[in-house]
Write a protein that binds this ligand. Structure first.
Ligand code: V55
Ligand code: FE
Length: 494
């Protein structure tokens, strides 16, 4: 077996770990709120084998499902397992990497042509009693939430036609429906997008296909009470480039961005396209919502380019990290209009990993949380994750339903420490704003330490109310999901 490339994606905090284990009875320091009783599932990319290509990066890492479970007795358990994808199994049997570049099947070895190459490494999605590990390049894998055993590739009981399902789904808390989409729905570099609605019973009720203006990296989308909103940013794919062994994505600064809007229970032929600025890109949206006048607001962590250097560089975009600029940005449109242009307003600081309470998904909301960088940090940040630097400040914004939201609270970390994306845990008391749970990484010399933090969402500046030291080496997480213990049943359902 070869060695891992000595690049930022495979060294330091990003060094592969790849060990499966379970730790039980970890002490919780501080006061664990009664509501924080359940499983915090995390998706962690971790390559089981050194990649075939030295320019490989975080997004190709084999998906691991990790769980921090808060028990009723004031202890916590920690576990991590590989998702046993077809790709992981094939490579494990061979004892080496067989699949090639990120999302380029033309670079795979002949013996695995046609084998499902997704790594299921981006988001653990919980809906209708099922835990799915999703990645945007394929169908999700279903995992047992108790044993963390992989059950298999999931296609909603044979109902799903799309070859892909995004890692960013939206659940309407009032209806219990799951809204999702899959892009490149019928193959690499295709403009076909599948828009799907799953009932609260877990049944796929509707799947409709439409064409995007061009084949774009559609990482996230939003719903509002009445609409589905599909953003298109100019990070694009071309089949000829893939066949020539090139990179899946190039960012194109001169190309327009678009926001597609349709009634969420409507026909895809009703999609109206609103033009946005050229060259911009967003990985994650905070929310979308409708005001009293019927205007639709789409709140995203927008950047002036793609945040990933491994996408910019092959595109010929050579930017210093400080020239990558962003801001929480609102695009407002009249959903009844035939199309036109978005009205853009800067509504918050640069950052990513936006979080809101699940019950406000798609609804008018007052408060949002965001990870950002502390401009006053007195020392180096933690170098970790796909961008290369970890976020080191948690922010709370209020007035999200006004034209001028404000940062009202912050929880900065010391130098060489970083946040992984938090999840929101609701409180029982409607007057309490609930809790944020996340993993915080810290480096001292060559040593990395990791803790789970429980933070009062109403008083983030006060710091964590409870902490759990995880006595193991953790690789950076992508996304997480909170599942209350009462929703998890022993034994796999059919
Ligand atoms: C992202 C992550 C992915 C991916 C595409 O964070 C985009 C953004 C972990 O995999 O495949
Ligand atoms: Fe994401």
């Amino acid at each position: 077996m070869g060695a891992f490339p000595q690049t930022i994606y495979f060294t330091g905090a990003n060094a592969p770990v790849g060990e499966e284990y379970e730790l039980t009875g970890l002490p919780v320091e501080g006061d664990l709120p009664a509501e924080v009783r359940g499983s915090f599932f995390r998706a962690v990319p971790d390559p089981a084998f050194p990649p075939k290509f030295d320019n490989d990066h975080t997004l190709s890492g084999d998906g691991m499902i990790s769980r921090v479970r808060f028990n009723g007795d004031g202890t916590a358990d920690f576990a991590v397992r590989f998702v046993e994808t077809a790709r992981y199994r094939a490579e494990k049997a061979a004892g080496r990497a067989l699949f090639g570049k990120y999302r380029n099947p033309f670079t795979d070895e002949a013996e695995v042509q046609g084998v499902d190459r997704t790594v299921a490494n981006t988001t653990p999605v919980w809906h209708a009693g099922r835990l799915l590990m999703a990645k945007e390049d394929g169908r999700p894998y279903r995992v047992d939430p108790v044993t963390l055993d992989t059950i298999g590739s999931y296609d909603f009981g044979g109902a799903l036609k799309s070859e892909t399902m995004t890692a960013h789904v939206r659940i309407d808390a009032q209806t219990g429906e799951l809204f999702f989409y899959g892009y490149e729905a019928d193959g690499c570099a295709s403009t076909k997008v599948a828009y799907c609605i799953v009932g609260p019973d877990g049944e796929l009720k509707r799947e409709q296909w439409f064409d995007a203006p061009y084949c774009a990296m559609m990482h996230d989308f939003t719903i509002s009470e009445n609409y589905a909103l599909f953003p298109i940013y100019p990070t694009t794919a071309e089949l000829d480039r893939l066949k020539a062994g090139g990179e899946h994505w190039h960012h194109e600064p001169e190309l327009d961005s678009w926001l597609g809007v349709m009634p969420r229970y409507g026909d895809v032929r009703e999609i109206r396209w609103f033009k946005g600025p050229k060259g911009c890109h967003s990985y994650h949206m905070m929310n979308a919502w409708e005001d009293e006048a019927g205007l639709l607001h789409f709140d995203a962590c927008l950047n002036n380019t793609n945040a990933f250097a491994f996408i910019r560089e092959p595109s010929g975009i050579h930017m210093a990290p400080q020239d990558v600029k962003g801001a929480l940005t609102r695009w407002s449109v009249d959903p009844k209009a035939e199309g036109g242009e978005v009205t853009e307003t800067i509504i918050g600081p640069p950052g990513d990993f936006p979080v809101i309470p699940a019950r406000l998904q798609g609804r008018r909301y007052q408060t949002g949380f965001l990870l950002s960088m502390n401009p006053a940090l007195q020392g180096p940040p933690l170098f970790a994750g796909p961008v290369g630097v970890s976020f080191n400040m948690l922010l709370r914004l209020d007035g999200m339903d006004t034209p001028t939201p404000q940062v009202t609270q912050a929880l900065p970390l010391p130098p060489m420490a970083g946040y992984n994306e938090p999840v929101h845990v609701p409180a029982n008391d409607p007057a309490h704003e609930g809790w944020l749970v996340c993993i915080v990484d810290q480096q001292a010399g060559d040593t990395f330490t990791h803790e789970a933090w429980v933070i009062d969402a109403g008083r983030i500046g006060a710091g964590p109310v409870a902490r759990v030291k995880i006595p193991a080496r953790l690789r950076p997480q992508v996304h997480g999901w909170w599942v209350p213990q009462a929703q998890i049943k022993e034994g796999v359902q059919a």
